[in-house]
Design a protein around this ligand. Structure first.
Ligand code: G3P
Length: 217
């Protein structure tokens, strides 16, 4: 299972990389704006900065919504760095663009996926990753984890190679539940990954070991 961090914050990306369990980064226009990264050139430079910190895949999102512009933009993004995966929204022209990129050997992440039908289309088009947004489904009283389970079933039925990238992961239980359901990747905040560390028995056990060690010294 791969762990991606869902942020454009370089300090957090460095911190996650140093933990030694990071497999990649996902970003989107909102995450870029949150870090104050605006303007095409600054955004492109920021993607390269991220690639220089991490070893794995870095999703870079197109902002065009028509096929020709998506292709132009995606090819420009893919040329920035070998770690770049072109992130394409689940719309009709996006499906066409994913198929085009797939034929050219350019890796893609199909984003804004909220149904198993959309995930099926993404796989048929040859997406490298599909990104179901589980937190945003939970936000509207729809179980996001059910979607992960349904996509896993459909992909396994036909041996689709598209990797399920559970996105909009908000907390540590999302990570654990996605692991149980066979999601290939999760992307979320660093806090969701670091939450996996925590157990009170670990803390109290360590405190006791140190206390007992110090008795003899
Ligand atoms: O990876 C998708 C993500 O950026 C959306 O997360 O928390 O805004 O729903 P969120």
């Amino acid at each position: 299972m791969k762990f991606f961090i869902d942020t454009a914050n370089l300090a957090q990306i460095k911190e996650a990389q140093e933990l030694g369990v990071l497999d990649g980064v996902t970003t989107n226009p909102s995450l870029m704006a949150k870090e104050g990264i605006t303007g095409r050139n600054n955004i492109l430079k920021h993607y390269v900065d991220i690639c220089n910190i991490v070893d794995g895949d870095v999703s870079a999102e197109v902002i065009s919504t028509d096929f020709a512009s998506m292709v132009k933009e995606g090819e420009e993004l893919a040329e920035l760095h070998e770690q770049i995966v072109v992130k394409v929204p689940m719309i009709k022209d996006g499906v066409k663009a994913i198929k085009y990129f797939s034929n050219k050997g350019i890796r893609t992440n199909c984003t804004l996926v909220f149904s198993v039908g959309q995930a099926l289309l993404a796989a048929k088009a040859g997406a490298t990753y599909v990104s179901p947004f589980i937190g945003r489904l939970d936000d509207i009283s729809t179980d996001g984890l059910n979607l992960i389970s349904d996509i896993r079933l459909v992909y396994d039925n036909y041996q689709f190679e598209t990797q399920i990238l559970a996105a909009s992961v908000r907390h540590t239980m999302h990570v654990i539940d996605c692991a149980k359901l066979g999601s290939d990747v999760i992307t979320g905040p660093l806090s969701a990954i670091e939450g996996l560390l925590k157990h009170p028995l670990t803390d109290s056990g360590l405190a006791k070991f140190l206390e007992d060690y110090n008795k003899g010294n």
